[in-house]
Structure formats: C-alpha cells, structure tokens
Write a protein that binds this ligand. Sequence first.
Ligand SMILES: [Zn+2]
Length: 496
Amino acid sequence: MRIIRKYHSVKYLLKNHKIKLLLSILIIFCLFSTYYVFRVKLPRKKFASNLNVLLISIDTLRADHMGIYDYSRNTTPNIDKWAKDSVVFKKAMTLVPMTYPSFSMLMTGLDPFQTRIFSNYQNPYAISNNTNTLAKILAKNGYHIGVFMSTIALNATTNMVSDTKDFNYLNYMYDPEKEAYVDSRKDYETLIDNSLNWIGKNKGKKFFLWVHLMDPHAPYDPPEQLKCKFDKKQCSSIKNKAMQELINQTYKTMECQQKVSKDTLDLYKTLYDGEIAEADILAGKILNKLKNEGLDKNTLIILYGDHGEGFDHDYNFNHRGALYNSETRIPLIIHYPLITSSVKTTDRLVTNTDILPTILDLLSIPRNKYTFDGKSFSYVFRSKLLTNILPEQRDYIIMTNDQLTKFAIYDGRYKFIYSTNSACKFNDQKEEFYDLKEDPQESKNIIVEKKDLAEEFKRKLLNYLSVYNLPSANDEKDKKGQESTEIIEKLKSVGY
Ligand SMILES: [Zn+2]
C-alpha cells in the first residue's frame, strides 16, 4: 500500500506544472554546471599546456625609446601595433644591466647574487648543466626548441639551451680592430630569415623559438635609409661624417671617459633610434610570419630587452656600469592568448628573474619541483585558469653592476644607490637617493632632503648584501681561474 501511495504521489508531482518547471530548471542547471567544469576548465588547461612560446629579445633596447612606452618618435610601429593585444610592463627591471647576466636571470629565474653571474666576462659555463632553464624545462614538456642568436655574448647561453638541435649562431658585432662587423649585415638578416623558415617548418609541432636581435647595440650604425629618419637636421652632420669616425667617437664616449656636447648626444640618439627602427622591422617580420601561419592564436609571445643604454647623464654612455633606470629599466611585453582581463599595462615592479616562473604558470606547467628566486606575476593576466594563483609580493629589488662597485635598492618609486668605488670622475657620489616619481631622469640627488628615508633604504640594502660574501669581480675571476680567456678577449675586442 505504501509503495502504491508513493507511486501515486510521484505521478501527482509530475503532473503538477509548477513542479515540472522546477525540475526542468534543476536539470538545465546540472547540465550547465557539468558543461562549465568539463567544457571550459579542462580545455583551458589543455589549451594552455599546448601553447607555443616565442621569445624575441632585443639587445640594448630602452623601453622609453619605444612608442608603446610613450616615446615621442615613431621608432617601433610594428611592435606597438602587436602590443595592443598584450600586457605592457611599465616597471620591468634587470638586476644587472649587462647582456649575459640579464639572460642568465631570464633563463634560470635565479638571482645573480645566487648564481654569482654579474658579467659577460665570466666562465661561459657558470650555469651548471644541472640548472633548470626555461629551454630545458620546456624541452622536458614536449617542446621543440629553436634558437637564433646574433651576439657573441650569448654564446655563453649554449648550456642553457643544451640538447637544442636547432641552435643557430652568428656574431653580428662590430670589431674596431678590423674596422668591420665580424659577420655582415646580410648574414644577420639571413639569420632572421632562417628563423622565419623555421616557423614554417615547425608549425605542426609544439615549439619554443628564441630569436635575439642585436640592434640597437653600439656602435649605432643603422641601415642608410634609417640613419636620419628621426631628425632631418642631423642628416647633414651624419652624412658628412664617415661612419668610421662616428663609430670611433661612440667608443670614446663609452664608460664615462668624457663628457659630450648636446649636439653629439642628439646625434647618437638619432642613430640609436634608427637602429631601434631596424630591430622593429625585423621583429615585425617575425610577428607577421606567426600571424600569417595562424599561430598567433596559440602562441605565448614575450618581447624582452636585456638592458637599456645610458644617455641620460652626459658622461655615461653604454651600459653595465651605472644603475640608473636608463640602463636597468627594460621593455617587457607579453601576449597571452588566454587573457580575459582588460589589463593592458601594469605598474607592478617585476624583474627578469620573475619571467620563468610566470611562463610556467601561463603554460600550466607545475613549478613545485623547481626553485626560483623570481616571483610569478601570472595573476596579472587573470585568466580563469589562473584564479587560484595569488600575487607573490615583492617590496623592493636589489641591483648591482658588473664590477660589483655599485649596489642599488629600488621599490618602484625611490632608489638608493651605494658606490664602493667610482670609476667615473664626473660622478664620485658615494650615496645617491632619487624619487623617480618626481624625477624620472634621476638628476636630483635628494640624499640630504630625505635623509631618514634614505637611511632606511640603505639599511635594507646592506642587510640584504650582508648575507653574501661579495668579492669584487676581479677577485671572483682570480678565485675561479676558469674563465674562457678566448671568449673574454673576443668580447672585449667587439666593445663589450
Ligand atoms: Zn645586451
């Protein structure tokens, strides 16, 4: 009787239209929930882990000389156009303003105070074969690796990308002794064209492609049509000078050897910007190739500058020695196909050590078995895939130069610079303190006006450094005694 009564009550419920409606809503809700879990979340993760990775690195490219970073000259139209769909990092910094240390940080996610890589002149195999690098981790995760390198300073990265079959290398640097480029501009352009062919050949595979563009590194020698593109007034002065004379002048002004006039400074900036325009054309070719092959929808693209160039103080050309933002601030732009946020720029303080852990997050590669000093900033992209990832806080960064004679602490607004030994007779200040919000050029030392705050920064800096027994760069060389003298001599001969 009880069963019959139950049967009748169910029948009654099904006949009731209101109940029917409620049941229908419940079923539709369950179906949608299942769809969300399996259709949205899982494929997103799968999609992320199948993304290709393209790294375009541009040597000596100052962020503030690019259109996307509000430069007044139209130096980077191709990159600017692409960057509209990307996140632009306004406060990205290298912890050492020199090529090899910068790429070591990018490739390993390790702090230079840990790896003790501060200079181009160190042992090229200073990073052990056991160190996990971006290329090695990606290779383990099924990536096919291609590297197209155009500088001798990155020869040292060979062991960071070991087991890479497609490693293409060119030494496109000027050798003042030979008064010529070690390899020609034609070879340089062929190297980039080969990277385009590589994309075509490997589009069916999951790949990591790294292309390094050597311009706009000194000497500032852009192609003829770009020499005076940005300042017609400079044209006559550029055209009347032999390139050799300009190049020789460039070398003389390096390393704080002499002050230069405003005219000379303007001339170098015009030539330097011409070289940036050349790098932009080459970067544009690579980005267009990716788009034409339909790969832009499933490729994580990183545009990275290894360090800046010192134009802001009229005695300090080149890079490596000083810790002003002109040398330590870098361009960093990332295009992530899964981005769901409207964030297009961020003022978050990030460093080159942060990029590797971030890339792994963006590709859904677990990073719990790796140790990095860098902190992931993947939360910036706010993809649904990444909702569980919380911001990793960073209050300040510590920087140094290649000689370990200057150290700086920077919190995104204030910077304290401590010099143990100044090689520059134009600047022998032992302690400098700048408010970059008010004085982005770092031209007004406020160490006296902001004495207490400067002291606090100095204390934090010295506390940080006290953990490390830091020898000078020379002591380090003597102690190790294993530098490749051949590479060091080559680097010196081409102006590094
Ligand atoms: Zn460099």
